[in-house]
Design a protein around this ligand. Structure first.
Ligand code: PLP
Length: 456
């Protein structure tokens, strides 16, 4: 079937298969509750029609319940407010519980995902003159971790269907100074790990998993963060396990994990000797208290997000106008921090994505773009190549090539075409909430003729 051949009938037959509540909305089966009840339903809400969804809220985020509050109170009353006061305080207890939840041998908790990544880079002895290859499509914390060690963050392009780092483009950028690959599990779903692990072996490189968005997701039966040499997580407010600001490193290599402890403890080891370079990144007890209070339900929430994400993907299957994130072989689950989709405007009368977002928001369903510009388009690139420090560590030819390497067209395309459901909260909603998302998309698709008047 060519792109243009796609018909509504074909779509409906795919979407309605196995769907409940079809009988009630026989006239426009794909729309469930939307189509029947009123005469204004065929008019886009932005143009004065009735919205698909109204007076309904999404689950709140961050997650708070009595257990979380009690946990904070307990830590407050204990008088143990800093992790070095007690080996059985809140942070050490959280580290054990998180390691167990993540099926890892060891965990070191720190103050943020960025700190976790920097600690990992530092613990591996990566520094001036070294290079780490990572994604341009990520949180700035990813490259901040590399820059903080005064190493060079080399950015590779994306697979535009998965929004993940493209292994083939990464391999082209490996040179004799490359020390590590830092794949980012974007939106919480596994990067192309089979290829990255094989590549790391071929070139003798470390793999640091930026799993900051990817709590509990599994690839070939292993929880993310356990596949590379070290895995790093964020507990920043928006993330699916959160405490405002926080982070953790997990790993199975006892020696390397001990070094991580030392690095984040201003270079001071568990034995109390000040041994190496390191900032002070210790997690505080109150952050750990919030985390401990919510670990118990974390798996259940993870499963709900997976069920809802699978439901959305099932409903969108075969519809070329909006295509969910591609998942790689070996993916067993995602954290679904976000639920991203590629918007193909040719199926919506060539309406640009940002106007589409307004149209769907008017229907009561808030989708959004994500990262506006890849990190290759941010000013740090010029800053570092004009700094004496970087000029001392890298040759003029290397810095020139580094700058030229910042042409990453697939990343630019993803920044433009992707839209997503902000998922830590919304993806904890009900099936009805998910139906609203699908119904809003389908209402717009069915009424795409009306979009002509909105084109700029
Ligand atoms: C959130 C995030 C980070 C940084 O974590 P912080 O806790 O905000 O420092 C790094 N990488 C990715 C992919 C993230 O989503």
């Amino acid at each position: 079937m060519s792109k243009k051949d796609f018909s509504r009938r074909k779509f409906i037959s795919v979407v309605s298969a196995g769907s409940v509540g079809m009988a009630a909305a026989a006239s426009v089966p794909a729309f469930g509750s939307f189509s029947k009840s009123n005469s204004n339903a065929g008019k886009l809400a932005l143009l004065g029609g009735d919205p698909v969804r109204r007076n309904k809220s999404w689950p709140d985020w961050p997650y708070v319940d009595e257990k979380v509050v009690e946990s904070i109170e307990k830590t407050t009353r204990s008088g143990i407010w800093c992790r070095i006061q007690s080996a059985t305080g809140t942070v050490p207890t959280f580290e054990k519980a998180y390691a167990e939840l993540m099926e890892a041998k060891y965990c070191v908790a720190v103050g943020s995902g960025t700190q976790a990544l920097h600690t990992a880079v530092e613990a591996m002895g990566i520094g001036p003159g070294d290079e780490v290859i990572t994604s341009p499509y990520t949180d700035p914390g990813t490259i901040a971790a590399i820059l903080s060690a005064r190493a060079l963050p080399v950015l590779a392009d994306l697979d535009p269907d998965s929004y993940q780092l493209d292994p083939a483009d990464v391999e082209k950028r490996i040179n004799e100074n490359t020390k590590a690959i830092m794949p980012v599990h974007m939106m919480g779903q596994p990067a192309d790990l089979d290829k990255f692990m094989a590549m790391a072996k071929r070139h003798n490189l470390y793999v640091i998993e930026d799993a900051c968005q990817a709590h509990l997701a599994r690839h070939r039966s292993k929880i993310l963060g356990n596949i590379g040499n070290l895995g790093c997580f964020s507990f920043q407010t928006s993330k699916t396990i959160s405490c405002g600001e926080g982070g953790a490193i997990i790993g199975d290599d006892e020696e390397l994990m001990d070094i991580c402890y030392t690095v984040q403890n201003h270079g001071t080891s568990r034995k109390g000797r000040t041994e190496r370079i390191g900032p002070k990144y210790r997690m505080n007890e109150f952050e750990a208290a919030i985390l401990l209070g919510q670990l118990e339900g974390a798996k259940e929430r993870f499963e709900r997000r997976n069920a809802n994400a699978n439901y959305l993907s099932e409903k969108l299957k075969g519809f070329p106008g909006i295509v969910p994130q591609k998942l790689y072989d070996g993916t067993e689950s995602g954290s679904f921090y976000l639920y991203p989709m590629t918007y193909n405007k040719e199926y919506f009368n060539d309406l640009d994505r940002n106007t589409f977002l307004k149209v769907i928001a008017a229907e009561g369903v808030g989708l959004s773009g994500y990262i506006k510009n890849g990190l290759h388009k941010e000013p740090w690139v010029d800053t570092i190549i004009s700094q004496k420090m970087y000029q001392k560590m890298y040759s003029p030819a290397r810095l020139r090539q580094f700058k030229e390497g910042m042409d990453l067209p697939m990343c630019d395309q993803v920044c433009e075409d992707m839209l997503m459901l902000w998922a830590s909260g919304p993806l904890l909603g009900t099936k009805e909430d998910m139906d609203d998302v699908i119904n809003a998309i389908m209402k717009i698709y069915e009424n795409r003729d009306q979009l002509k008047s909105l084109k700029s």
